[in-house]
Design a protein around this ligand. Sequence first.
Ligand SMILES: *Cc1c(COP(=O)(O)O)cnc(C)c1O
Length: 369
Amino acid sequence: MDYAHPSWIEIDSSQLVKNIEIIRSKIGKTLLCLPVKANAYGHGLIGVSKIAEAAGVDALAVSCLQEGAELRKAGIQCRIIVLGAIHEDQVEDLVHFNLEFSISSQYKAELVAKKLSQKCRVHLEVETGIQRTGVRPATALGLIQYLQSIPCFEVVGVYSHFAQSEIPKDPVTLKQLQIFQELCALPPFRGLTRHMANSGGVLYYPEVHLDMVRPGILCYGYLPGKEKLPSAFEGIAPCLTLKSKISYFKVVEAGLGIGYNHTYYTKKKTRIVTIPIGYGDGFSRMLSNRGSVLIRGKRFSIAGIVCMDQFMVDVGDEEMYVGDEVVLIGKQGNEEISLQEMANTCQSVPYEILCLFNQRIPRKFKGAL
Ligand SMILES: *Cc1c(COP(=O)(O)O)cnc(C)c1O
């Protein structure tokens, strides 16, 4: 499985633990659930989950059955919550792998009840203003009463999700919180684990920490929006670096086209190096002629179109060799290419850029437990 590869993602395990501990110190007795969906935001599902479990997170959150099953097969024992809407055919496996899952409609609840003889642990998902999944507050009361009346359901939590909590003092967010709080005050919801805060909620809305929080991007060291990191959370930092090694070097005469369709021409006789990572790894083609890399502590621009498996860089007169380390996201010397910078170049957000990196890129955990 883990063959050497010329490009890799390096995870600083102690920084990941530090991020978790800083968040933990800000939420008091509130439980911490770490979202590890989408291969732990590209960081590596199993590696991150093992570190998080050892660091004492109270639960892991995944999007679907597959991710939860993979965690159990890797020996993860802590609580796992499946956040996405489930399909009724998944119910037996969800129970088999001891995964808690969401109920977000009367319809699904009845399908589950029909399929299931054993007990399952569920969270009622309530819609408060994102119109994605979740039962409307007006029907949530009836649904929870139904769930509580059927023996196969053990309702353990009630939750909702924010549309734009990365904006501080946002009226939409405050409204969502109010709707959720009013519902949770009703008798059938008492004693359930109430959870709503994603990273924005944790950072900017302390009143929404409730019984459990689900910060994803913040645990990985990034911010959910455009705000600066609040000083109370100082110390949280990215734990991911994307690295490669120069695979080829050549001297190219002036006036020659580089790469597919010759979108870049050498202005003078120059040195061109090849970096063995491309859009086939999830390194976006949007970075063609726009992105940068760091080599020997200096910044260079990508020359030409990013290919499926590699791309070229014009390094001018700089001396460098095949095998030199290249940083594509992260720090090298005094220079840094932040994930946010790459996301801006790609007209995207850090979340998506992380998720693009696929299984072809090995994840190496430095200082892993
Ligand atoms: C992805 C997700 C989160 C985490 O969001 P971040 O913005 O990364 O903190 C929390 N809750 C739900 C339901 C999610 O889907």
